[in-house]
Design a protein around this ligand. Structure first.
Ligand code: SDX
Length: 436
């Protein structure tokens, strides 16, 4: 952090003593006002539920400029990474801060590949679930359960443990997601195949059966790899903040990542891709493009509680750069599969066009986010809607673990413990029940 030569002065209209607050500058993006001594010196808290104006940490991993619609992983624009790199390159970049050279790329790929199997006992956790359990319920359980197996990588304060836990989590998430899928459809699990790339291996574990050879489709493998890249990290979003807060107690990395999985499940966050596709299918069922006007009317009616899922973002007040890339991938995949006239894709583009011209959305700076098109691509790839958020969790695991390790590696970090504005009952005494 670079101290700013500008100070913030806090003064009170009741004549209480004013206070100078130091400010710090980042390399890019907003400066911060350091309020760490505020309570000690004034006996007052700041108030910011939802953290709209609060920086919870300092980080060098991901930068978002919501007004420009810019997303950088370690300084590299997401557009360049999605076009020139694969997901494992992106994992290496997020974990270690630089893109790998040829040797580093080969070593990292080998390291991840040789950790893709899970302990054979893991399959017995799945048996406890109903076959129709939501995959995110299964994933929340399975990821937490990993902490029961890897005692040689659960001491989060040991850098070696942190590194091997990161590799294990990145390597095993595809295996666990595929197992959750196979369990739900009653098919046998497919073991990882080390001769395949990370994303081709995932596609094979998902769609192959022991009965015949599986030939990965390069277009679909590239599409799922791009989906992973686009979802890999995103600054201090709700699930990443959950992982940081959970990890700040010193719990093991698997438990902290399981907390992130649980948070991501929500429809306002990672669950939005599933909700967005369900929304498109419902509009399609109720008349398709002709009925978009009626649906938009519902969305504008506050009492309807209907939101345009896949639209809006806390930070992006311009187009989410990931949505643009996802729309491109839609074109590529649907074209390659001869689904160029996919009615849902056409409906999505019509809905986007209408929304972007409608004052209600323009005034609120509501643009498509990463979740608006990702469901259409995943559906075209053959991934069931209920698995969309599990795919998101698979991709985001590297971001969660990179952010967690950055926090734990920061000598200044403390256990997170926010305060509150209390306006409940002042102290009162318990009366005997006869007097209540
Ligand atoms: C992700 O944080 C991240 O980085 C998350 C993420 C990541 O990579 O980790 O990018 C992934 O979670 C993307 C967002 C996916 N969620 C959705 O698509 C669900 C639909 N979107 C909304 O729930 C909402 O836009 C949020 C939750 C994403 C953001 O909400 P904010 O910032 O709290 O904004 P808000 O709810 O205060 O909305 C401001 C106004 C309100 O209207 P007014 O009360 O001012 O009249 O915009 C309206 C809202 O009603 N609004 C919407 C809307 N989103 C906001 N109206 C209709 N449809 C929407 N989608």
């Amino acid at each position: 952090m670079t101290p700013s030569d500008v100070k913030a002065t806090l003064s009170f209209s009741d004549g209480s003593p004013s206070m100078d607050l130091p400010m710090f500058k980042g390399s890019i993006g907003p400066d911060v006002i350091d309020i760490r001594k505020l309570y000690a010196q004034t006996g007052k808290f700041t108030y910011d539920p939802g953290f709209l104006s609060t920086a919870s940490c300092q980080s060098t991993i991901t930068y978002i400029d919501g007004d420009k619609g810019e997303l950088l992983y370690r300084g590299y624009p997401i557009e360049q990474l999605a076009t020139n790199c694969d997901f494992l390159d992106t994992c290496y970049l997020l974990l270690y801060g630089e893109l790998p050279n040829v040797q580093q790329q080969a070593d990292f790929k080998k390291l991840v590949t040789t950790h893709t199997m899970v302990n054979e006992q893991m399959q017995f956790f799945l048996r406890g679930f109903r076959r129709d359990a939501h995959p995110m319920a299964v994933m929340t359980g399975l990821v937490g359960a990993l902490s029961a197996f890897y005692h040689d990588s659960t001491d989060i304060n040991n850098p070696k443990h942190r590194e091997i836990a990161a590799i294990r989590l990145i390597a095993k998430m595809p295996t666990l997601v595929a197992m959750a899928y196979k369990y739900g459809i009653g098919q046998p699990y497919m073991y990882p195949k080390n001769s395949l790339s990370y994303s081709a291996n995932f596609m094979r574990m998902m769609f192959a059966t022991p009965c015949e050879e599986y030939e990965p489709n390069d277009v679909l493998v590239r599409a799922i790899d791009r989906i992973f890249i686009l979802h890999a990290d995103h600054e201090q979003n709700a699930s990443t903040s959950t992982v940081r807060l959970c990890g700040s107690s010193g719990t093991n990395p698997f438990a902290a990542i399981a907390a992130g999985v649980a948070c991501l499940w929500g429809p306002a966050h990672g669950g939005a891709n599933e909700a967005a596709l369900n929304m498109l299918e419902e509009i399609q069922r109720n008349g398709g493009v002709e009925k978009i006007g009626e649906f938009i009317k519902q969305v504008k009616d506050k009492n309807s509680n209907v939101k345009l899922m896949g639209f809006g973002h806390r930070v992006y007040k311009n187009y989410d750069p990931r949505a643009k890339l996802m729309r491109e991938t839609c074109h590529e995949v649907l074209g390659a599969l001869g689904l160029g006239n996919d009615p849902l894709f056409k409906l999505a583009m019509a809905l986007e066009k209408i929304a972007l011209e409608d004052e209600y959305f323009v005034a609120r700076k509501l643009y498509p986010n990463v979740d608006f098109y990702s469901g259409i691509v995943q559906r075209a790839i053959g991934i069931p809607v209920s698995l969309f958020t599990a795919i998101f969790a698979l991709a985001r695991t590297v971001g969660w673990i990179a952010q967690l390790n950055e926090m734990i590696g920061d000598p200044e970090y403390k256990i997170g413990r926010p305060r509150q504005l209390y306006h409940g009952s002042p102290r009162r005494d318990v009366k005997p029940i006869s007097q209540r």
